[in-house]
Design a binder for this molecule. Structure first.
Ligand code: NDP
Ligand code: ZN
Length: 176
């Protein structure tokens, strides 16, 4: 299967899995816009062409936020893509604060591929936090989110200067 074929299958798979989900913004935007935004950042803005990274970015929230299993991702997209997705998946059985702490702790141990997906995810979420913020979040909570995202990214610097610069640009938009 060629690369374009795999990428299209990942878009189709993620769109189906997230079909009933919405983002937290006022308009409740379709969830799939977010994984697609990661691939735009990775490939178009940062020049990342690794097809496994691009597929993993499209699929990065499927295990955490839908009923998708690791086995399903292995069968559909292979063990490498599945393993990148697993690396960026939080353990949803843990309390929120613990999950946030573990993201900071685990960031330096991620593979390079998972670090690229993590960078793109945080870039996109900070941009959303400014352009289409969660409807119910007050200023303090949005500010806290920026600082936590930076704590995570500070743990994996040296992975991809261009993505890190895009993160820093997004962080500079922290609401005051
Ligand atoms: P979440 O981490 O669940 O919410 C942020 C996540 O929502 C993002 O990482 C993103 O994840 C997703 N998301 C969906 N829509 C948007 C959007 N429009 N813009 C940006 N991100 C979006 O936050 P929690 O509810 O877990 O709260 C986290 C922390 O906030 C807690 O640890 C708690 O301490 C604190 N808190 C603060 C409060 C306050 O008033 N200050 C109140 C309650 C909690 P993805 O990429 O996976 O889609
Ligand atoms: Zn995400």
């Amino acid at each position: 299967m060629d690369d374009v074929h795999r990428l299209i299958r990942a878009i189709d798979f993620a769109a189906f899995k997230h079909r009933n989900q919405r983002r937290k913004d006022e308009e409740a935007s379709p969830y799939i816009n977010h994984p697609i935004a990661l691939t735009q950042v990775l490939k178009v803005e940062a020049g990342v062409s690794d097809i496994d990274v691009l597929c993993a970015a499209l699929l990065h929230d499927t295990i955490e936020d839908t009923e998708t299993t690791v086995e399903e991702l292995v069968a559909e997209f292979g063990a490498h893509v599945a393993s990148i997705v697993v690396e960026v998946t939080d353990d949803t059985s843990l309390p929120k604060a613990e999950r946030k702490r573990l993201q900071v702790e685990h960031a330096p141990t991620l593979t390079r591929e998972a670090k690229l997906v993590k960078l793109a995810d945080k870039i996109c979420n900070l941009r959303d936090m400014v352009d289409a913020p969660p409807a119910k979040w007050d200023l303090a909570r949005r500010q806290e989110y920026f600082d936590w995202a930076k704590e995570v990214i500070d743990q994996l610097r040296g992975s991809h200067p261009r993505l890190e610069a895009l993160f820093d640009q997004a962080y500079a938009g922290k609401p005051a």
